[in-house]
Design a protein around this ligand. Structure first.
Ligand code: GLC
Length: 479
């Protein structure tokens, strides 16, 4: 049988495969899932905003930065709490704050080399030290030997380069006398000199939010953290939305906000999802122990981070990867080396993320994730491949081309009945001879280009194989 005839008779994958909806993806509402190898799940994409906040669905991969006084001792961003440092002693670190090597463009260069497109920086972490020229507390970068507004410098660079800038802000505060520290998690014990008063503290907080949302040009996101009290007050996000309508707001503030924030790869319930139907931005640090600079940090392997990035990005989620700059403002060499290596991987994988939609419901193989753009599928091997082949039941369609994005080289495939499919007597698409051993420290993604819609039936196909050596024009029929 000639390849063209073969394609004519068997021009697509199984009928009944649930096809995702939205964003121009083909929809197949009429045919309910059926067949033994059918995946049961149906994909629903996270709702788009339909307004200026949709930048977030285009940028997708961002740099998180935890930076503050805690970088000076290089222990952890929560040094004051975790090492039980008395407040009076901790605040003295401000007299050493002089990050002479801080160059926002160097941060943004690294961010872009990593393939990231937006940045989120800690304006104030739990220690209460503010990286901007706030009028509302003296505990800020202006009253230090540095004497410069860090956020102004960063915002100028971001705006000049068109990089969306998001602000992290900790609600818990270990310095402000009105924050009711009660010794709960991420809180100091009550401090003798304080005047705990939540409503006064919230006035201070709102004043700071107003400064952040009015003095630094366009702000693209607000990233709350540590609402220990679980206080609810939708008027605070409402104020941000009034002042900065394009800002996306996370779910750790005073109302549910715009998106969820699974952290450190721990995502209760999320693991099993083929795609997130809720807007989601996973966050993770390159360092195992800390988000802020840690002198003696243990770093995640590239593979761990790639797997983590891949499994969120292939499921319609954003990813925020964190580094902690050193006290001089430079990114630790280990962290920047990780970002550069990830950037090389990401550049090769980029087409499998950008402009694609999740399509893991096309296969029942739960060891892979699938993304799709038109008639092109991307098969993500985000888990440890247990062998050198991947079966994509119930897909039976023959691809026109199969390419390993990591190398640009061809991938062999077959549509034939494997011994394990003898009960069904069915032939499914298999990718074979993958360099799983050679590429064991990365995440592989295979690009499958089809002539037609891979979501249609091709039950007549039997025993077609294509080895890379065969070249694109030769298909052997085996059965
Ligand atoms: C956790 C940490 C905090 C860090 C945050 C980032 O909440 O306690 O220090 O800023 O994660 O998501």
């Amino acid at each position: 049988m000639k390849r063209r005839d073969f394609l004519k008779t068997g021009s697509a994958a199984l009928a009944g495969t649930a096809v995702i909806h939205g964003l121009g993806a083909a929809s197949d509402d009429a045919s309910p899932p059926r067949g033994p190898a059918q995946s049961s799940a149906r994909l629903t994409l996270a709702p788009r905003f339909g307004d200026g906040r949709d930048w977030w669905f285009q940028k997708r991969f961002g740099l998180f930065v935890h930076w503050g006084l805690y970088s000076i001792n290089g222990f952890h961003e929560q040094e004051q709490w975790r090492r039980r440092v008395p407040r009076q002693r901790y605040v003295q670190l401000a007299s050493q704050w002089n990050p002479a090597g801080f160059d926002p463009d160097a941060w943004l260069d690294l961010m872009q080399a990593a393939g990231m497109s937006y940045i989120c920086v800690t304006t104030k972490h739990h220690d209460g030290f503010c990286l901007w020229n706030t009028m509302l507390t003296r505990f800020n970068t202006m009253n230090t030997p540095f004497g410069r507004d860090v956020l102004r410098m960063l915002a100028d660079a971001c705006h000049r380069r068109g990089v969306p800038l998001c602000f992290y802000y900790s609600i818990a505060d270990w310095n402000h006398p009105n924050y009711p520290n009660q010794g709960r998690h991420h809180e100091l014990p009550p401090q003798p000199q304080d005047q705990p008063d939540l409503s006064r503290y919230l006035e201070f907080l709102k004043g700071q939010v107003r400064e952040l949302c009015t003095n630094y040009g366009r702000i693209s996101g607000f990233w709350w953290d540590m609402n220990v009290d679980g206080h609810v007050d939708p008027s605070i996000n409402a104020m941000i939305r009034r002042l900065q309508p394009a800002a996306v707001i996370n779910d750790r503030g005073f109302d549910p906000g715009d998106f969820g924030t699974p952290e450190r790869d721990i995502d209760a319930g999320g693991e099993a999802l083929l795609s997130f139907s809720r807007r989601t931005e996973a966050c993770q640090s390159v360092g195992v122990e800390s988000w802020g600079y840690r002198r003696d940090e243990s770093y995640y392997t590239d593979r761990h981070l790639m797997r983590s990035i891949d499994k969120y990005r292939a499921r319609d989620a954003n990813y925020l990867l964190n580094v902690g700059p050193r006290p001089d403002g430079t990114i630790p060499p280990e962290s920047s080396a990780i970002l550069r290596r990830l950037g090389r991987w990401h550049a090769a994988m980029r087409e499998s993320f950008d402009g694609t939609v999740p399509a893991s419901d096309l296969t029942s193989n739960r060891n892979v994730l699938v993304t799709r753009q038109g008639n092109t599928l991307y098969v993500h091997l985000h888990r440890d491949p247990v062998s050198d082949s991947v079966k994509l039941a119930p897909i039976r369609t023959t691809p026109r081309r199969a390419t390993l994005l990591n190398t640009g080289g061809p991938v062999a495939w077959a549509v034939d009945m494997a011994p394990s499919d003898h009960v069904e007597q069915a032939a499914y698409l298999r990718l074979t001879g993958l360099p799983a051993n050679e590429l064991s420290s990365t995440v592989m993604v295979v690009k499958l280009e089809f002539d037609g819609d891979p979501g249609l039936d091709s039950a007549v196909v039997r025993g077609a194989t294509m080895a890379p050596d065969d070249g694109p024009a030769r298909v052997r029929e085996r059965a």
